[in-house]
Ligand binder design. Sequence first.
Ligand code: ADE
Length: 230
Amino acid sequence: MRIDILTLFPEMFESPLSHSILKRAQQAGVVDIVFTNIRDFATDCYKKVDDKPYGGGPGMVMMPGPVFDSFEHVEKLSPEKGKVVLLTPQGQKFDQAKAIELSEQKRLILIAGRYEGFDERIRTGLDAEQISIGDYILSGGELAAMIIIDAVVRLLAGALGDEDSPKDDSFSGGLLEYPQYTRPEVFRGTKVPDILLSGDHAKIAQWRHRQALERTKKCRPDLLKDNDKL
Ligand code: ADE
């Protein structure tokens, strides 16, 4: 997969992309992440990318010119058209199903804005899917883009050591993940459930499913709208 990121702050991505799974996925060629600084496409000598809102009001709004010019430049960097995503609190809420859908694309172009928002003509003029990571306002789309990149890249073949592990993640089957245990067998008086030491894989799978159901019922009953999961 190729991921292009249009941002005013490429440096913000350095640390999250230089560790663990995201680092290894890039080194292994599973994903290629390319940055474009929107400010490089500002046309005046002050490198201005934002301005006051027409009609008055607080804050600054991102100007359409540098966003469109940077986007049109990035589009041509690869023959793959890709899916364009605009990070905004006005978008559809990001979830695991959306992460899976995005992980099936060959190319993503993520546009992270700053300031009070985008000029409306960016929203209407780009053929972009608008995605929010939750009902709160961040200072910009960069952290939202990082969350999407993390959730998507770990689903790509070859990104994780064990190919099967994303399937057991919370939400993947519509349920939270079952409880996991590792050594020691007894920790501060609490023992690992006997069933997990039994070696009976069918019984273990049954137990895990039941635990996942119970945990979901208790912690996230909203995920259980589907009656056949009950
Ligand atoms: N930009 C600012 N807040 C955001 C949010 N909640 N999701 C995505 N992009 C954003």
